[in-house]
Design a protein around this ligand. Structure first.
Ligand code: 4NP
Length: 162
């Protein structure tokens, strides 16, 4: 089983979107028994909250329902997950700050590394902006998630069953 963890700041906008988009693609590929996803926030302000309504609306336009409850990233996540995907560079730094012994750096990547048709290096924080920012997050994450799934399939030598 390959375990993926998506991380942003609040765990109510970008990382739950990444988690649910990725789950959607994994299901389509018939790989739900081989790859699992979760998400977390580096901050603790929204612990227990469902995904942001504006984010859920943008996802629903693409036929993806956002499920989940915000939780905070913690050091046990380094052992529990194979790959940790940070939405932006601040998230990346804040994740590595928890890895005080520097043991897990190789597990942490920027989500946009896996984009194939977008040039952005970070998934922009949509929280204080207008609705178009949320749509842009979904488009970017769909692109990155497709690239990420292809990467995991090749790394783990998985076979798509449908
Ligand atoms: P996220 O978005 O990190 O994508 O979940 C944010 C959610 C909340 C806040 C900032 C970003 N906040 O400042 O409360």
């Amino acid at each position: 089983m390959t375990k993926l963890l998506f991380v942003c700041l609040g765990n109510i906008c970008r990382s739950p979107s990444a988690e649910n988009i990725m789950n959607h693609l994994i299901k389509q590929a018939g790989l739900s028994d081989r790859i699992t996803c979760d998400s977390a926030g580096t901050g603790g302000y929204h612990i227990g909250s469902p995904p942001d309504n504006r984010m859920a609306l943008a996802a629903r336009k693409r036929k993806i329902e956002l499920l989940g409850e915000a939780r905070q990233f913690n050091r046990k996540d380094f052992e529990n997950f194979d790959l940790i995907l940070a939405m932006d560079r601040d998230n990346y730094r804040n994740i590595l700050a928890v890895d005080t012994a520097g043991k897990y750096k190789d597990k942490v990547r920027l989500m946009c590394e896996f984009c194939r048709s977008h040039d952005l290096k970070e998934v922009p924080d949509p929280y204080y902006g207008g609705p178009e920012g949320f749509d842009r997050v979904i488009d970017l994450l769909l692109d990155a998630s497709e690239g990420l799934l292809e990467y995991v399939i090749s790394q783990e030598q998985l076979t798509i069953t449908n």
